[in-house]
Write a protein that binds this ligand. Structure first.
Ligand SMILES: [Zn+2]
Length: 865
C-alpha cells in the first residue's frame, strides 16, 4: 500500500501536472477532533454532494472523526478565513481563487486521438472556470488553509458511469493518495483503510483527467441477462451486493466519456428487413446462394456492396443521437463469408494463407461442399476488405457529418491488421483477444495467443484507427480459481503502450473470492495504466495484513496451475477429438461442466494447505482472518463444483443421480451460508445462470430426499389422444385398445415439440389441448422388494393421474402457477411387481400452452422423515 507521508510525483501519460506532497499541509482531523470543514456550493449538484459524502465517510473510517459539511450561503463577499476547508466542487471560494489568480487552470495538452472523438460530443462545457476541462477532468489544489477538489461534472447520478464526475474523481484521487485507502473488492471487507490518529490535507497541485476516454467492465449483478436467475440471494442481499458493487466500480473510477455500447453486431435484423427485397446486401456463399448459413441473426454481409452501405447510412441518419452519434458498422457475430466479385476484389493477398492466393476460392468451395465448419479459413485474412468497408461507410457519412465516426471490430477472419488500407482516427476498432487460432475462444490464453495479440494490435495501431480493447476472457473460469493477473496486465499494457483509447470488458463476473487478483488488476490498471502488475498485486495482498505472503503463495499456486493446464489444453485440442474438452472447456458458460479436468482434488488439497498457513499467519488479526475465511468460502465452493463436474461427466454411464443430487444440494446449502457471511465471495446469479444449463436444481432438490434413483426410459413411450375424454370410463389404463391409436413419443419435451404434436396441429390447425394418455413399460429389480418406492416426475404440464399395472396410484392436480414445472412424487410401492415388467400409464390433462410429461421420471426410494 501507498504509505501515508510520502511525496508522490506521477508523470502521467497526459503530461498533466500531478504533484502531491502528502507530508505537509494543514490539519484535517487530530485525535478525536475535527480541524477542518467540508465546504459545498450553496446549491451543490449530485456529483458534488456525493463527493462530499465520500470524503466525510472515508476520513471517518481512517480517523474516527466525522467532519461537518457547510453549504455556502451564496452571499459571501470574502474568502473563508480563520477556518480550514476542504472545498468540494464549484464553490464561490474556488471561483474567487480563480478570479484572484491563486489558482490557474493550465492549458490541456492536445491529444489527437482523444480530441478527434470528443470534439462533437454532448455536454461540452462552454463557459465558466472549467470551460476547457475534458469530461471527468479534475483539479486538486491546496491554497493556504483550503484544499480545493473540483472537476467537470454533469448534473446526473454520480454512480452512473456516463455522468462526468470530475469532482468525485478529485475526491478519490485525494482519498487514495492522502489517506492510503484502496478499494480491492466491494464492501467493507474488501476496502483497505489505514487507521491514523492525524489526517492532514497534503500540499497538492494536480490537474488531470482519466488516462482513457472510456472504461468499462460490464457489471453482471442486476444485469438483465442474469437477474431473471434465482441464484440464491434474498432481495435484501441482492440490493446490498448491487449497491456495494456500484460504489466499488466508481471508486475505481470507471467512466465513459464516449459511448462504445452499441450492442455490437449491427445488422442482425437485416435479413428480416431486406432478405426478400435486397438479397445483394448479404453474403454470397460458395453454393451461389445469398442466405444465412447458421441463422438469420448471424448472417454475414456483402460489405463491398454499395446498396448495403447506403442502407447503413440511412439507418444511422434516422437513429443517431447525442448519446449514440457514431455509425455502428460491426459485422454480425460471424466471420466474413461473402465470395461475391465485389467483395473478393477488395481483398489483399494474405501472406500467411496456407493455400495459393489465386486458388483460394476453389479451396473454400471444396471445403464448403464437404461441410467443413471452417471452410472460410481458405479465404485468408479479410481485414483489408473490412477496412475498405469502414472507409466507404465513413466517406458516405461525411456528406451528413464531416466528423463522422465509424465503429467496427477486429475479430475472427478480419482480426489481423489490414495490409494495404490506410485508415484514420475517426474509425474506432474494438479488438477482441482470443485463444490461439484457430481455437478462437476465451481461454486458454497462452504465450502464443498473447504474441498474436501483440502483433495484431500493433498492426491496427499503425493503420491509423482509434483502438479499444474488448476482452471476453474475464467470463471464463466459472467460479473456479482460474487465476491469470499477469496475462490480464500484459494484454492491457500492450494495448496501452500502442494507442489504447478505451476498454469494454465483458464482464465483471464478480467471483471475488476465487478470481480476486484477475479482477483487481484489471480494474486498477484503468486508472494506473503504467503501473507494474507486481505493484498492483502488492496492494491486493497487503489487504491480508500478516497473511499477505501466504495468500500470495496461494494465488501464485493457482496462477501457475492455470497456466500449465491451459498449455496442456491447447495441446490436447490439437490432437484427437476429446468431446468434453473441445465442446465444453472453451465455452465460458459451460466451464463448470469440465472444471474437474482443470482442477483436481490434488490441487485443492495443496490450496487448502496454503490457506491453513495463511490462517496461522493471520492469528490475532481479526480483519485478516475474516479475509482469509472469505477466500476459504470461495475455495470450498470451487471444490464442490469441481466434484459435481466429475460426477456429472459420468452421469450418462453411471446413472448416479443420487450423488449428483447430493452434491448440488451441498453446493446450494454452502452458498446460503456463504452469502450471509460474505455477500461478495461469489456471484450467485452468474453461477446459477451457467449451472442451470445442465443442473435441474428442482429435481436434484427433490431427489435429495430420496435415494436409489432408477431413471425410466425417456424414449419408448406411446401416447393416445383423448379429445372426448373417454379413456377413464373405458379404462385405457387397463385396456389400451387398438395399438394403432398409440403413437411413439418421448418424455424429454412437451408433445407440441414432437412429431405427434406437430401432426395434430397440421390436421387441426391448432395445438392439442385436453386429455392424453402416456404408456411405458419398465422393470423393477427383485432386490428392491421391501423398499418404500415412489415415482419421481421431473415435471408434467399440467395435471396428471398415475396408474401402475392397472391401478390408480395417485393424482397430481395443477393447483398453483408453478406446478407445470415442479417435480413431484407418487407412491407406488403396493402396485409394483418385483423382478418383472411393470406398466405405467399417465393421464395428462392440459388446458393451455405446452402439454405433456416433459422431464424424466425416476423410480426412487423416499427417505423416511
Ligand atoms: Zn459480397
Amino acid at each position: 500500500m501507498q504509505a501515508n507521508g510520502t511525496r508522490v510525483v506521477t508523470p502521467s501519460a497526459e503530461a498533466q501536472v500531478t504533484v502531491a506532497d502528502t507530508t505537509s499541509g494543514f490539519g484535517v482531523a487530530q485525535g478525536n477532533r475535527a480541524e477542518a470543514t467540508i465546504l459545498l456550493p450553496a446549491r451543490p449538484g449530485p456529483v458534488e454532494q456525493y463527493a462530499a459524502q465520500e470524503i466525510v465517510e472515508h476520513i471517518e473510517k481512517v480517523s474516527g472523526v466525522r467532519l461537518s459539511i457547510k453549504n455556502e450561503t451564496g452571499n459571501e463577499t470574502t474568502a473563508p478565513g480563520e477556518q480550514r476547508f476542504i472545498s468540494v466542487g464549484l464553490t464561490r471560494a474556488f471561483q474567487r481563487a480563480m478570479e484572484q489568480g491563486a489558482i490557474r487552470a493550465r492549458k490541456w495538452p492536445a491529444n489527437p486521438r482523444f480530441d478527434a472523438l470528443t470534439s462533437t460530443l454532448r455536454n461540452a462545457v462552454k463557459e465558466g472556470p472549467l470551460a476547457q476541462f475534458p469530461a471527468n477532468g479534475y483539479l486538486v489544489r491546496t491554497v493556504g488553509d483550503t484544499l480545493f477538489l473540483v472537476g467537470r461534472d454533469d448534473n446526473g447520478n454520480p454512480l452512473q458511469d456516463t455522468v462526468s464526475a470530475g469532482t468525485l474523481f478529485a475526491a478519490y484521487e485525494w482519498i487514495e493518495k492522502q489517506l492510503g485507502v484502496r478499494w480491492v473488492w466491494p464492501g467493507e471487507l474488501g476496502t483497505h483503510v489505514p487507521r491514523a490518529s492525524r489526517v492532514i490535507s497534503g500540499r497538492w497541485d494536480v490537474q488531470s483527467r482519466p488516462p482513457l476516454l472510456s472504461t468499462q467492465m460490464t457489471l453482471t449483478i442486476g444485469r438483465t441477462l442474469f437477474s431473471s436467475i434465482e441464484g440464491g440471494y434474498t432481495p435484501e442481499q441482492r440490493k446490498l451486493v448491487e449497491q456495494n458493487e456500484a460504489a466499488w466500480y466508481r471508486r475505481n473510477r470507471f467512466a465513459r466519456a464516449i459511448n462504445l455500447n452499441y450492442g455490437g453486431h449491427a445488422f442482425e435484423d437485416y435479413w428480416d428487413r431486406f432478405g426478400a427485397t435486397h438479397p445483394e446486401y448479404f453474403n454470397l456463399l460458395p453454393d451461389g446462394k445469398r442466405r444465412p448459413s447458421i441463422n438469420s441473426r448471424v448472417i454475414g454481409m456483402s460489405v463491398a456492396n454499395p446498396g448495403f452501405q447506403k442502407q447503413v447510412i440511412e439507418d444511422w441518419k434516422k437513429e443517431r443521437s447525442a448519446e449514440r452519434p457514431w455509425i455502428n458498422a460491426v459485422e454480425n457475430d460471424t466471420s466474413g463469408l461473402c465470395v461475391c466479385a465485389e467483395c473478393i476484389a477488395w481483398d489483399v493477398p494474405d501472406p500467411e494463407l496456407e493455400v495459393p492466393w489465386e486458388h483460394r476460392l476453389e479451396y473454400a468451395r471444396r471445403a464448403f461442399e464437404a461441410n467443413e465448419r471452417l471452410w472460410h479459413r481458405y479465404l485468408g485474412s479479410l481485414s483489408d476488405r473490412y477496412a475498405r468497408y469502414m472507409l466507404a461507410i465513413q466517406h458516405l457519412a461525411r456528406e451528413t457529418d464531416p466528423q463522422a465516426t465509424v465503429l467496427g471490430y477486429g475479430y475472427l477472419n478480419y482480426r489481423k491488421p489490414p495490409l494495404a488500407t490506410k485508415l484514420n482516427s475517426n474509425i474506432v476498432v474494438g479488438i477482441i483477444p482470443e485463444a490461439p487460432a484457430p481455437l478462437s475462444y476465451l481461454w486458454p490464453l497462452n504465450k502464443k495467443a498473447s504474441q498474436d495479440f501483440e502483433n495484431e494490435w500493433k498492426g491496427w495501431d499503425k493503420s491509423g484507427v482509434s483502438l479499444y480493447l474488448r476482452p471476453n476472457y474475464l467470463l471464463s473460469g466459472h467460479e473456479q480459481p482460474l487465476v491469470f493477473p499477469h496475462q490480464v496486465a500484459k494484454y492491457f499494457q500492450t494495448a496501452y503502450k500502442h494507442g489504447l483509447i478505451a476498454t469494454n470488458y465483458d464482464s465483471l463476473t464478480s467471483m471475488w473470492s476465487t478470481q480476486g487478483p484477475n479482477l483487481y488488476v484489471a480494474a486498477r490498471l484503468h486508472w494506473r495504466p503504467d503501473w507494474p502488475v507486481e505493484k498492483i498485486l502488492d496492494e491486493y495482498y497487503s489487504l491480508f495484513g500478516p497473511a499477505a505472503r501466504e495468500v500470495r503463495n496461494y494465488f501464485e499456486f493457482w496462477e501457475n496451475h492455470s497456466e500449465k493446464r491451459g498449455e496442456e489444453v491447447v495441446e490436447q485440442l490439437a490432437g484427437p477429438y476429446l468431446p468434453h474438452t473441445r465442446d465444453l472447456v472453451l465455452k465460458w458458460g459451460h466451464f463448470y461442466r469440465v472444471a474437474s479436468l482443470i482442477f483436481t482434488p490434488t490441487e485443492f488439497a495443496t490450496a487448502e494447505r496454503h490457506l491453513t498457513a495463511a490462517k496461522a499467519a493471520a492469528r490475532g488479526d481479526e480483519a485478516a482472518l475474516r479475509r482469509v475465511a472469505f477466500l476459504e468460502a470461495g475455495l470450498k465452493d470451487a471444490q464442490l463444483v469441481a466434484r459435481a463436474s466429475a460426477i456429472e461427466m459420468k452421469l450418462e454411464q453411471s446413472g448416479d443421480t443420487d450423488s449428483m443430487s447430493r452434491i448440488v444440494t451441498a453446493i446450494d446449502d454452502h452458498r446460503k451460508e456463504v452469502v450471509k457471511a460474505f455477500p461478495h465471495a461469489l456471484n450467485l446469479d452468474v453461477a446459477a445462470f451457467n449451472e442451470n444449463k445442465s443442473w435441474d436444481r428442482s429435481i436434484y432438490r427433490a431427489m435429495s430426499q430420496a435415494h436409489g434413483a432408477q431413471k425410466l426410459p425417456v424414449e419408448g413411450w406411446t401416447l393416445r389422444w383423448d379429445p372426448e375424454q373417454r379413456g377413464a370410463q373405458d379404462q385405457w389404463y387397463r385396456q389400451p385398445g387398438n395399438a394403432a391409436d398409440w403413437h411413439a413419443i418421448e418424455i424429454a419435451k412437451p408433445w407440441e415439440k414432437q412429431e405427434i404434436g406437430r401432426k395434430w396441429k397440421a390436421e387441426h390447425q391448432t395445438d392439442y389441448d385436453g386429455w392424453a394418455w402416456y404408456r411405458v413399460k419398465f422393470k423393477v429389480d427383485e432386490k428392491r422388494r421391501g423398499q418404500q418406492l415412489s415415482l419421481l416426475f421431473g415435471a408434467v404440464d399440467e395435471s396428471a393421474t398415475v396408474y401402475v399395472n392397472g391401478r390408480e396410484v395417485g393424482v397430481r392436480k395443477f393447483a398453483t402457477s408453478n406446478d407445470w414445472r415442479t417435480p413431484f412424487f407418487i407412491e407406488v410401492n403396493d402396485a409394483l411387481k418385483f423382478g418383472q415388467e411393470n406398466e405405467l400409464v399417465v393421464r395428462v390433462e392440459d388446458k393451455s400452452g405446452d402439454g405433456g410429461i416433459w422431464k424424466p421420471v425416476w423410480l426412487i426410494e423416499r427417505r423416511a422423515g
